[in-house]
Design a protein around this ligand. Structure first.
Ligand code: ADP
Ligand code: MG
Length: 292
């Protein structure tokens, strides 16, 4: 493309809230064959709420919620905020904690008033040697509704299953339809539960799902999708998306996301709306067509 057409294209992008940080991105986006998107905060609002809590082993709901919320006050994860807010809404008193530990991709733990509390994904409970099988039918039902199940253990015994639900952004269904209309494949990459991810993907018509990836796994997932489909654009908002944004042929960050993701991206969507993704690709195609 000529410098003039790149300038014109970049200007038109800015008018529609799509910031091209590098001219090459405007040229290479037209070659994308697949768009891979992070789930939490990208396809969804990133503001989950607690929807379910069922106890086992004779524990009371409020007792478990207070213990779990006490631990989550120290976590930055969106799930943590959902749990702390739910405890606050129920007027529960939270307790001081010690020995807080966070295992990325698994969950969090701490001592709360002399009790050992562990909260996280099923793979965290498995790591602790706890069997979550008794909750399996309920967990499957929650996941099929697009909710993310997680588990709490108290003093080394399974105490509860919880679920959080993160609403899909209003712009997401239309953005995915527009990507399909442009002839692209759409993939989701997430650390969340596989069954939950598949339920959301089915609802949105997403073609490929890579779920239960550990933080380092997003780059590997991007490489595998590139091998399978060719040119790849990755869309994400979080700190843990930065390596995948850099690995993609074109990295697209949500402007409302973290600075680290924005720094790693070639393109920034000024609003949280995902419509900027198909708009940017269509603009790239139009810009390159004009100069031929
Ligand atoms: P994602 O951001 O896609 O959820 P993460 O790697 O941050 O991926 O987390 C993977 C899973 O680990 C979560 O879906 C959740 O089940 C569990 N997890 C992580 N942090 C917490 C936390 N603070 N409280 C409860 N569960 C957590
Ligand atoms: Mg995210």
């Amino acid at each position: 493309a000529t410098p003039t057409s790149i300038m014109v294209g970049t200007g038109r992008g800015a008018e529609m809230g799509v910031l091209f940080r590098k001219g090459e991105a405007l040229q290479s986006l037209k070659d994308a064959r697949v768009v891979a998107l992070d789930k939490t905060g990208t396809l969804t609002q990133g503001k989950p709420t607690l929807t379910d809590l069922e106890t086992t082993g004779g524990h009371a709901r409020d007792e478990v919620l207070a213990l779990v919320a006490s631990v989550e006050t120290k976590s930055e994860h969106p799930i943590a905020r959902a749990i702390v807010e739910a405890a606050g809404a129920d007027g529960l008193k939270l307790s001081d904690l010690s020995r807080f530990d966070s295992m990325t991709g698994y969950g969090v733990s701490a001592d709360v008033g002399g009790r050992r509390v562990e909260v996280g994904a099923d793979r965290f409970m498995e790591k602790l040697g706890l069997d979550v099988g008794a909750f399996a039918p309920f967990a499957a039902r929650l996941a099929d509704e697009g909710k993310s199940p997680l588990y709490a253990a108290v003093d080394g015994e399974l105490a509860a299953i919880l679920a959080v639900s993160d609403p899909i952004k209003p712009s997401t269904p239309e953005a995915i339809r527009a990507l399909h209309d442009l002839g692209l494949k759409v993939a989701m990459i997430t650390g969340d539960n596989r069954r939950t991810a598949q339920a959301i993907a089915r609802q949105l018509g997403i073609d490929e799902v890579v779920a239960e990836v550990l933080p380092d796994g997003k780059v590997e997932a991007v490489r595998a999708l590139k091998r399978q489909f060719g040119g790849l654009a990755y869309v994400g908002d979080g700190i843990n998306d930065a390596p995948a944004l850099a690995e993609a042929d074109v990295g697209i960050a949500i402007g409302t996301g973290t600075d680290i993701a924005i720094e790693a991206a070639d393109v920034v969507l000024m609003s949280g709306s995902l419509k900027g993704v198909p708009n940017a690709i269509a603009l790239s195609k139009a810009t390159i067509r004009n100069i031929r």
